[in-house]
Ligand binder design. Structure first.
Ligand code: ADP
Length: 632
């Protein structure tokens, strides 16, 4: 029992710890899944961006390469050479203009023009348009100065007249090894960026200084990746490279860590990309150099799908491990429940078995007890029958004993009148002989009185000895008491016993057999007299109370004798219980009295009294007035 309690407490204590451990494990699994997915996603994104950047760089390089030859070719043309030799010859100008126009159209470049060593434009393919370069001086452009130094020049900038951005290719026009002029072709690279629009992530090209030259986000064009030092700004301003576009402002890319070895950036300002407004969260920036020009091609890959996938993986990892843990928990709990159920069943079966055994044992014991009880009941019934028989016999025997006692009393009573009769009759004969007739008459009267007295004594004896049937008939207690007293008169007088009695004026009658009541009272009075033998004050009080209890009268017989000890009081009514000397009492008087009273629905008890007081017996007798109801 103790172990069970301890186990339960143990489980209860460990459960929150386990749950916490389970959550931590699931969270770790989620984190690992998130990390792995993020790394894998970022690597894939990087590889994808690198592939695209390669393609775009290739396309850009080939576009540039396509035009690289154009100024060199034009520099060889005689019409341009002619014009340089005679810069003011109108025919030569016309011829050069026409040539440049044709060549420009054929090559697909934006504009082609020839400059004098002073930087002034002598002829141009757009000579006949409102934005004609003829006469304009571009000596400030780096491509011009490079060509003047005898090198091929390349320069990206926005046209100060045309206001179009483009890549300028310049080539010196040599005569006898001397630079006589510079021929320039400008190409528009915007169309290279057209396919970039098809890719969701922004792509852009910057020059060495980080100025965005081309971009799939139109707003970023001619903005800066990062702020420029003042010296660089000054240099750019001198070449009027981007003057037309206005002041160069940074795009606003804030560093946001790394993923798969590539830097991450966040956009400071909202911008519209190829497919709407770009998110403000992290982009992975991949880049590669465009060969020959020193430009840089960049792609900004949206990290959102990678992060979403990583988040989903984290959730999935957490959920899968959590599910597995829950499954394990369910299995463990089920197993435990099974074990507990089995244990419970076993305990129940054991208890049931024990109960059955106990029931069997108890049933056997009960059967035995029942049999024993039955035997006892039979025995008791037999004993009761025997007792009843004995009681009947004893009642008779008791009566006979009382009769014996009475016979002695009667013999004594009769002896004295008999002796007197004898003397009187003898005297009468003598007196008759002497003819003293008057005295004879007196003697005869005395003889007659004595005979009447004797007749009364024998009459009483006869009525007491008769075995009258127990009859429920109204009788008077005082009469029964008188009957009993008449038999004890001599003894009471002799022993100085005083009897006081108090009966109500209209004494109620009780249901009893008068002779039997007389026998009961005789027994009580004899016992009282016996108990007072050794005391000086010998007094018996008899009283009748008809008001104490409805339907009953209480007859109280109290004496001033030695009293009854509690031990004796418990056994008073047992047949043959006596404290009197052998030969003086059979111990039957009270048991016979009790039996007689029971027969007429009455009872008797000895009241408890203080030690130095005599005995008090109370008889509960049924009142005759109520008998009508009880016995019809
Ligand atoms: P017995 O008189 O033959 O002994 P009883 O049945 O009449 O038989 O009385 C039983 C006993 O009860 C007596 O022996 C006596 O000890 C006691 N006893 C009865 N009446 C009294 C009494 N009035 N005072 C003291 N003892 C009594």
């Amino acid at each position: 029992m103790l172990t069970v309690v301890r186990n339960r407490v143990g489980v209860r204590l460990r459960t929150p710890l386990r749950a916490l451990l389970g959550v931590v494990l699931a969270a770790l699994a989620g984190f690992a899944a998130w990390r792995a997915e993020l790394d894998a996603g970022a690597s894939a994104l990087r590889a994808q961006a690198a592939g695209r950047l390669n393609n775009y760089a290739g396309a850009l390089a080939s576009e540039i390469g396509r035009y690289g030859y154009l100024p060199s070719l034009m520099a060889l043309d005689g019409r341009l050479q002619q014009l340089l030799a005679q810069p003011h010859d109108a025919a030569a100008v016309r011829a050069a203009n026409a040539y440049l126009q044709r060549a420009n159209r054929a090559a697909g470049s934006s504009v082609a023009y020839l400059m004098a060593p002073s930087g002034r434009t002598l002829a141009s393919s757009n000579w006949d348009t409102p934005i004609s370069f003829v006469g304009a001086n571009f000596a400030f452009r780096p491509y011009f100065r490079e060509a003047l130094r005898g090198q091929a020049g390349r320069f990206y900038g926005i046209g100060t007249i045309s206001r179009d951005p483009g890549l300028y290719f310049s080539q010196p026009v040599l005569q006898h090894g001397q630079v006589r002029g510079v021929v320039v072709a400008k190409i528009d690279l915007s169309k290279v960026a057209v396919p970039w629009q098809g890719w969701r992530d922004p792509v852009l090209v910057t020059d060495r200084n980080g100025v965005v030259l081309l971009s799939s986000v139109p707003a970023w064009r001619f903005e800066l990746l990062a702020p420029l030092p003042a010296s660089v700004r000054r240099r750019i301003a001198q070449t009027q490279q981007y003057t037309v576009a206005g002041p160069l402002r940074p795009i606003g890319l804030l560093p946001a860590g790394h993923a798969a070895g590539a830097p991450l950036y966040r956009l400071e300002h909202a911008a519209t990309g190829p497919f709407g407004v770009l998110p403000r969260h992290a982009f992975m920036v991949n880049s590669r150099v465009v060969p020959a020009l020193g430009w840089r091609l960049l792609s900004l890959s949206d990290m959102r799908p990678v992060r979403d996938a990583a988040r989903r993986s984290a959730l999935a990892g957490f959920a899968v491990v959590g599910l597995l843990e829950s499954l394990a928990l369910v299995l463990v709990l089920r197993r435990r429940a099974q074990v507990e159920r089995a244990a419970g069943r076993e305990a129940l079966e054991r208890a049931y078995g024990e109960l059955e055994q106990r029931v069997e044992a108890r049933t056997a014991a009960l059967t035995q007890a029942n049999a024993a009880l039955q035997r006892e009941v039979d025995e008791r019934e037999r004993a009761e029958a025997a007792l009843r028989r004995t009681m009947d016999e004893l009642a008779q025997a008791g009566k006979m004993a009382a009769l014996g006692q009475m016979a002695a009393g009667v013999a004594h009573e009769l002896n004295q009148p008999l002796a007197a009769l004898h003397t009187l009759s003898d005297n009468a004969v003598v007196l008759l002989d002497k003819q003293r007739l008057g005295e004879v008459r007196g003697n005869l009267d005395a003889i007659s009185g004595l005979v009447r007295r004797m007749a009364r004594i024998t009459g009483d004896l006869k009525s007491f000895a008769r075995k009258a049937p127990a009859a429920w008939q109204p009788c008077t207690v005082s009469k029964a008491l008188d009957g009993a007293l008449s038999l004890l008169q001599r003894r009471f007088a002799h022993e100085g016993i005083v009897l006081q009695h108090a009966f109500p004026a209209d004494e109620p009658r009780v249901m009893c057999d008068e002779l039997r009541l007389q026998q009961v009272l005789l027994n009580l009075l004899v016992n009282a007299a016996d108990a007072m033998r050794d005391v000086e004050r010998r007094r018996i009080d008899v009283s009748l109370d008809a008001a104490a209890e409805p339907g009953f009268a209480l007859l109280r017989v109290a004496d001033s004798g030695e009293g009854i000890s509690p031990a004796a009081r418990a056994r008073l009514f047992e047949p043959f219980f006596t404290t009197k000397a052998q030969g003086t009492g059979l111990g039957l008087g009270l048991s016979i009295a009790q039996r007689i009273l029971r027969e007429v629905g009455a009872s008797i008890e000895a009241q408890a009294t203080p030690e130095d007081c005599g005995a008090v017996f109370v008889l509960r007798l049924r009142l005759a007035a109520h008998e009508g109801n009880a016995h019809g």
